[in-house]
Design a binder for this molecule. Structure first.
Ligand code: BES
Ligand code: MN
Length: 446
């Protein structure tokens, strides 16, 4: 059976690769305010792909104000069979400077066994893996399948709450596969067992009613950027540990992440030290982190010996499993407001919040997935945490507490550069992921 199914997946892979290329050509940047039309086109393309693989019931769900279109495709369960939900997202991050890419971000290009393009791995490969598994069964999987392709993952799933309230029944299942994580290393199938949460806060600091001459008034009147820098400096202690009181630290994960590997994979510049304390696995997966993501202030080219009156920053905090996003966001906002120097006026606006999650990596579907990975990759799978966030997971678990949740990769290895320039997908591992998922569907049939 394994061999037949492997051959069936291999036979459909060329067509799936062509479909993946077509998906990468659609610039489905959910964060772009002008993207409504292209997001719609992206959802329609996804919907048509699953319609063409035999789903009798494909819907585009886009009835929530401020949301992005999601796609749901049903393959009804044969009598007595369980239903599995296959999750991915069709929206992508902005490209950054397109000139910084070796080949244009929305032109799928293969170099050295990797498929380059925005969304190639995060997360259009996830859609393609699901497509491959279904196509290998000629659209008639042995168990019930519901494909759920979200359209707003990369903007923090702003309408997830109301979406689940309204459409929950459409994505019910006994098992869900979230194909949106990464593998521990090339060729190593990986079960992600924890993800961090994420909260954003915008802080604005004002010290002057308008800019004034830096020589005439500087020395006694503080500029806003220096005041903001002092606030931001309080996010960490001298060693780089997060110094915001009250955030949760989770229990230490068992996998080790060697420091030399981390240095290479994180693109750390020469001489730069690692920050924080504890093992790398602890720092990356079990502890909170604080980062300054952006500043609004005077550009260097526009500097004019003027004291800056007002400056803004976007501060991002990742949360360890076990923390509570809304509580943590409030703690962060208060920390920033309470650390203003020199009576500077500080306004804090709370941004997005997504919950962290620790997965219970056991049960019949986990057994089946481990066996499918062993056959699909030829090696045993490993378990690890992930520093990134997928807020949908905690929300799904809250709504379907009995569902087994599997969080896997569609072929993203550590050099995938998701969200960065030259994002790419390792095609060899993509193919193994597709074979593994088809095997999983077969193994779950009673
Ligand atoms: N696929 C990523 C999550 C991820 C990142 C998994 C790295 C494994 C390794 C996902 O699409 C993502 O980037 N999520 C956002 C969520 C946010 C907008 C709430 C993130 O982590 O920044
Ligand atoms: Mn993703």
């Amino acid at each position: 059976m394994t061999d037949d199914l492997r051959k069936a997946v291999e036979a459909v892979l060329p067509s799936v690769r062509a479909d993946l290329d077509a998906l990468i050509r659609i610039p489905s940047i959910s964060a772009d305010p002008g993207s409504a039309e292209v997001m719609r086109q992206s959802a329609e393309t996804v919907a048509n792909l699953f319609r063409a693989v035999g789903s009798p019931d494909v819907q585009i769900l886009d009835d929530l104000e401020g949301g992005q279109p999601a796609v749901v495709a049903h393959y009804p369960a044969p009598p007595g069979q369980p239903t599995i939900v296959l999750y991915a997202h069709h929206d992508v991050q902005p490209t950054g400077d397109p000139d910084g890419w070796t080949s244009p971000p929305f032109e799928p290009t293969v170099r050295g066994g990797r498929l380059y393009g925005r969304g190639s791995s995060d997360d259009k490969a996830g859609i393609a893996v699901h497509l491959a598994a279904l196509r290998a069964f000629d659209g008639k999987p042995p168990i019930g399948v519901t494909v759920f392709i979200e359209g707003e993952e990369e903007i923090g799933s702003p309408t997830l709450g109301p979406f689940l309230e309204r459409h929950k029944d459409k994505i019910a299942g006994d098992v869900i596969v979230i194909a949106d994580s990464g593998n521990y290393d090339v060729g190593i199938p990986t079960l992600t067992t924890s993800l961090r949460g994420l909260v954003d806060v915008y802080v604005e600091v004002r010290t002057l009613n308008h800019g004034v001459h830096s020589g005439q008034y500087g020395g006694a009147a503080p500029d806003a950027l220096t005041a903001l820098a002092r606030i931001l400096a309080t996010l960490h202690d001298e060693d780089g540990n997060v110094a915001i009181e009250g955030l949760v630290t989770a229990k230490t994960p068992e996998v080790e992440y060697p420091e030399d590997r981390f240095r290479a994979e994180s693109a750390l510049a020469d001489g730069v030290q690692l920050i924080g304390s504890g093992t790398l696995a602890e720092r990356l997966w079990a502890k909170p982190t604080a980062s300054v993501l952006a500043l609004d202030t005077t550009r260097v080219a526009d500097a004019s010996n003027t004291l800056i009156p007002v400056a803004r920053a976007k501060v991002s905090v990742r949360l360890a499993p076990g923390d509570d996003a809304l509580r943590a966001r409030k703690i962060l906002a208060e920390h920033l407001a309470n650390h203003a120097p020199w009576g500077a006026q500080v306004t804090v606006r709370e941004g997005d919040a997504g919950e962290p999650f620790a997965l219970e990596a056991s049960g019949p579907a986990y057994d089946a997935m481990r066996a499918a990975f062993r056959e699909g990759f030829g090696v045993d799978s490993v378990e690890m945490g992930m520093g990134g966030s997928i807020p949908f997971i905690a929300a799904y678990s809250a709504n379907f507490p009995n569902a087994e949740i599997l969080c896997v990769s569609a072929g993203a290895d550590p050099d995938t550069r998701a969200h960065g320039l030259d994002e790419s997908l390792l095609l060899a591992d993509f193919e193994k992921a597709a074979i593994s998922e088809a095997l999983l569907l077969a193994k779950l049939a009673r």
